[in-house]
Write a protein that binds this ligand. Sequence first.
Ligand code: NAD
Length: 273
Amino acid sequence: MDASSKTSRTVLAPTVVTGGASGIGLATVREMLRRGHNVVIADANEASLAHASSELAGHSEATCFIHCDVTDETQVNDLFERVHQRFGPVAGLVQSAGIGVESAFFETSVATFRKILDVNLLGSFIIGRAAARQMRARGGGAIVNVASTSGLIGNAGRCAYGASKGGVVTLTKVMAVELAEYGIRVNAVAPGAIDTPLVKNMHSPQTRESLLARIPQRRYGNPEEIASLIAALLDDSQTGYCTGQVIAIDGGMTAVGLMAARPVSSSLTQTNT
Ligand code: NAD
């Protein structure tokens, strides 16, 4: 079924997607609509919201577009009040709002470091806590945080971004442990290199080249590949016993040790067959 076409639908529990107006978030919105959910698209970028709203005009009954900065607690509380009024208590949350910067350790300013932590980590806490309060009152729910492979391993140029995503990894685990008794599951995906507007700004040609050399599948992923994993993690019937996990989806990048490919000319590759 094409998410851009209007169809009769069985309405499933509402899902909020932060950063839902672009990239991985927008692909997740399309996937959740395809699965029959009501979806609230929360984003800080008005132009992207307008663009996404016109793309999804055929889904006006099932969608709600809300301007919200995830770092602003008042805006976040207002967001969840509006979600409740429009669709009832939130059952699913995807935290895809995020910003990135490629900046060497010595050249990273305190202001930059603080800004990245503010949006990626503190924002995840603010939104996650507000959603979990509604889920607790509702009797359960599922949350998926979008971390990054940069939060799992030490990528050069990612001191602020990597630290923020490492924080998201730990936040995910703590939330999973504390919220399990309320029927709330919390997991994270850790995408590798995914072709989205964020990456187009962040990855220089040199970064792209050196990443491709480290990815066994020798390509960037696409947002839809992340969206289907996120949707499965939100779905109790598929992943009901999975919580507190961080799943890398990266073409094999974090599986690599010293060599990303077999040496092409080596005595080990010569056989007598
Ligand atoms: P994107 O730039 O296409 O989308 C991010 C969205 O977040 C944008 O619409 C932006 O307006 C929104 N946003 C930014 N700050 C916000 C704020 N304060 N409040 C609300 N919304 C805000 O980027 P993307 O590549 O789709 O990234 C989505 C998530 O995936 C991010 O958390 C990013 O760190 C993560 N990620 C991306 C990649 C990749 O290769 N693209 C890899 C690993 C992790």
